[in-house]
Design a protein around this ligand. Structure first.
Ligand SMILES: *Cc1c(COP(=O)(O)O)cnc(C)c1O
Length: 373
């Protein structure tokens, strides 16, 4: 029997954790002030710091991206039907069901893998009140065409921007498009607060409404204006966010280098297509999706298994499609014939590991396994 050299597993992502001793002073401040949550000083500071860093006007912190998505729908009083993508994490459509809204799935663009504007228009009915696109993998949606459709039909646009931290298109933050944009700061995301999220909005009135909604609808001691939820980020999470923000430029730069290394190593591997998005923009390199095409020697699932067998835990984001889960698959818009592009991509995609602490040699190992198939 041959002895296999044991290599530590490589997961699809790994959070950035600053040195523990740098976090202690933040904790000491919280212990001194005994202000644990409800608009404390770190909560306030992080909202300001994120507005500055991201280049947005108003931002409300939340306990998670999902609670932020659910609250975003409440803030704009969205009802009826919302057009969305099947090619995303389930929270996108779940946030609609939690509001009693019917998701209507439309197919994606084969290049950007984002909602295809041509398909949005065809999915509009008299019940449609909004569009919920996703900047999938942090690649910007066709924000101009989506805005034009929304304006023509009188629809709101709420972007699920969970992947789009720090992404810019045409010189400004992608988060400035649409009526609202929602971020996730979950541990697996580019910028994390352990758990957390935020809604980005454009005016003080909307920000105030969102702030009421995330605190039970409370305005003051004797006034409750809406059946709000508890979506407030705690001081511990906000403090960690402030510390995390100090290292974000370094983290994004490392991701950029790794992304380039993957691309160079995988060009010329027959049957492997690296997704790329053209146009002048600032990317965040949050994911490294590849498509395993029919001319690759192995099927997608066989390659996925081979990587697993070698301790490389790549993920098939986004397979299965949201529209294939039991709570959605009976809907007419979930029919396979309505979503041919999303279906094909979901059968071909693998997201390879990418995170700041990943080493070039580890990427070379992964590229070696793929090119030796
Ligand atoms: C992570 C994610 C969410 C959910 O965010 P949480 O902070 O985990 O609640 C929503 N949509 C997309 C596309 C995501 O990737």
């Amino acid at each position: 029997m041959t002895e296999h050299k044991k290599i530590p597993p490589i997961y699809v992502t790994q959070p950035v954790l600053p040195p523990l001793e740098e976090f202690i002073p933040y904790l000491e401040k919280i212990w001194q002030s005994k202000w644990l949550t409800n608009n404390g000083p770190f909560h306030f500071q992080l909202e300001q710091a994120l507005c500055d860093y991201l280049g947005v006007k108003h931002l409300a912190l939340f306990t998670s991206g999902t609670v932020a998505l659910i609250t975003a729908m409440q803030a704009l009083r969205i009802t009826g039907e919302v057009i969305t993508t099947p090619y995303s994490f389930v929270a996108t459509a779940h946030s609609l069901l939690w509001n009693g809204i019917k998701p209507v799935f439309a197919d994606i663009d084969p290049i950007t893998l984002n909602l295809d504007p041509d398909r949005i228009e065809a999915a509009i009915t008299p019940q449609t009140t909004a569009i919920m696109p996703v900047h999938c993998y942090g690649h910007p949606c066709d924000v101009d065409r989506i805005e034009k459709i929304a304006d023509n039909y009188g629809l709101k646009v709420i972007y699920d921007a969970a992947h789009a931290f720090g992404v810019q298109c045409r010189g400004g933050s992608v988060l400035n498009h649409g009526d609202l944009s929602v971020l996730s700061f979950h541990a697996t995301k580019v910028f994390n607060t352990f758990e957390g999220g935020a809604i980005v909005c454009h005016d003080a009135k909307t920000k105030q409404r969102i702030d009421h909604l995330k605190n039970f609808g409370i305005v003051d001691e004797v006034t409750v204006v809406a059946p709000g939820i508890n979506g407030k980020m705690s001081e511990i999470n906000a403090a960690f966010g402030l510390l995390q923000l100090k290292g974000i430029d370094d983290a994004l730069q490392k991701r950029n280098i790794l992304d380039t290394h993957y691309r160079e190593g995988l060009t010329g591997v027959k049957g492997i297509h690296c997704l790329s998005v053209s146009g002048e923009r600032v990317a965040n390199y949050a994911y490294f999706p590849i498509l395993v095409q029919p001319d690759f020697p192995l099927s997608r699932d066989a390659l996925y298994q081979k990587l697993h067998d070698n301790g490389i835990f790549a993920r098939r984001y986004f397979y299965p499609l949201i529209s294939d889960f039991p709570m959605y698959r009976g809907m007419s818009s979930a029919a396979p014939a309505n979503l041919p592009v999303a279906r094909r991509i979901a059968e071909q995609v693998i997201c390879l590991p990418i995170y700041p602490a990943l080493e070039i040699q580890q990427i070379d190992t992964i590229i070696g396994i793929i090119s030796a198939c």
